[in-house]
Structures are given as structure tokens and as C-alpha cells.
Design a protein around this ligand. Structure first.
Ligand SMILES: Nc1ncnc2c1ncn2[C@@H]1O[C@H](COP(=O)(O)OP(=O)(O)OP(=O)(O)O)[C@@H](O)[C@H]1O
Ligand SMILES: [Mg+2]
Length: 151
């Protein structure tokens, strides 16, 4: 979303940027430091590509203290941070968008906080149009790097 361009640090333009895990974490922390809530960030990409790794780095940069776990089993994790609470949502186990209601989805996406969503495509049309999209892709033949697309 153009309204969010200012929070995407310069190296993550729309080109094909290939990053190592430590570069991805560094970039995620910089993004987290730059975010002013409210903001929904979607983290798309195949199984195991690095969505949670990036979400954890964004949380760290945003000022979340302590352990940042993967929300896969709980679906939603909530963290306290100086600028707002952070919701980290993993929709991998969502079977259909209607189940979002039970998660408190409508309240979460309208709560003026930072919301990080893995597997955002599972939300279908209930994903607000106004969000910052991030995509991670595998690099064929290079298991240490990922393609990062943001903004
Ligand atoms: N360049 C890289 N960027 C991110 N992760 C990397 C990179 N290279 C290797 N990895 C490894 O890939 C794995 C990414 O796991 P992670 O849980 O973040 O993925 P995920 O996309 O959240 O998976 P899932 O689809 O199960 O939610 C980690 O084990 C990490 O160490
Ligand atoms: Mg994950």
C-alpha cells in the first residue's frame, strides 16, 4: 500500500532482493522500529520460508520484550509493546474464512494496533485492503537465501 511506503526501509524495494537469515532479521527489526500503528502486515510465502522468523524480528524492532513464539497452535499471540499491543496471527490451520469470527478477527483488525498475519490468503475477502504486504520466496539452489518482496 502506498500509504505505508514510508515504513519499508530502502533496501526492500520491489525488486528481487535476496537475503540471508541474518539480513532478513536485520531488515525486520528496522521495519519494526519504523512502524507507527495502526498497521496490518501480511507475511506470505510457502511452508518454512521464514514468515515467523521475520515476524519475530519485526516484534523485536517494535519493542516486544521476552519470548516471541510461533502462533501456529494458538493461531493468535498477543504481545505488549511501547507503541501498541502486537497481534501475531497464523492462519495456516484456518479451514475457511468464517472461522475468523471465533478468533476475534474483526476486533483485531480494527484495533489500531500492529497486526502481523501469516498465511493471509486464508482470510479471503476478510483481509482488509489497507495492509503492508510482504512476500518471501525460496531461491532455487540456494538454501541460505530468500527473495524478499515488500510494499
Ligand atoms: N534467508 C533466510 N531467511 C529466513 N529463514 C531462513 C533463511 N535461511 C534459512 N532459514 C531457515 O528457514 C526456517 C524458516 O522458518 P520459519 O518458521 O520462520 O518459516 P515459516 O514461513 O514461518 O513457516 P510456516 O509456513 O511453517 O509458518 C528457519 O529454520 C530458518 O533458520
Ligand atoms: Mg510460521
Amino acid at each position: 500500500m502506498s500509504a505505508h511506503r514510508h515504513v519499508v526501509p530502502p533496501r526492500a524495494d520491489k525488486g528481487h532482493l535476496k537475503v540471508t537469515e541474518s539480513q532478513l532479521r536485520e531488515w525486520g527489526e528496522a521495519l519494526g522500529r519504523a512502524i507507527t500503528p495502526p498497521l496490518i502486515v501480511t507475511l506470505a510465502g510457502e511452508l518454512g520460508v521464514g514468515k515467523t522468523t521475520l515476524a519475530q524480528a519485526i516484534c523485536l524492532g517494535y519493542g516486544v520484550n521476552g519470548d516471541i513464539t510461533s502462533p501456529t497452535y494458538a493461531l493468535v499471540q498477543e504481545y505488549a509493546a511501547p507503541r501498541s499491543v502486537v497481534f501475531h496471527i497464523d492462519l495456516y490451520r484456518l479451514e475457511f474464512p468464517e472461522q475468523l469470527t471465533n478468533l476475534g478477527w474483526d476486533e483485531i483488525v480494527s484495533c489500531r494496533s500492529l497486526v502481523l498475519v501469516e498465511w493471509p490468503e486464508r482470510a479471503g475477502e476478510r483481509l482488509p485492503a489497507d495492509h503492508l504486504p510482504i512476500d518471501l520466496d525460496y531461491v532455487p539452489g540456494d538454501p541460505t537465501r530468500r527473495i524478499l518482496l515488500a510494499g
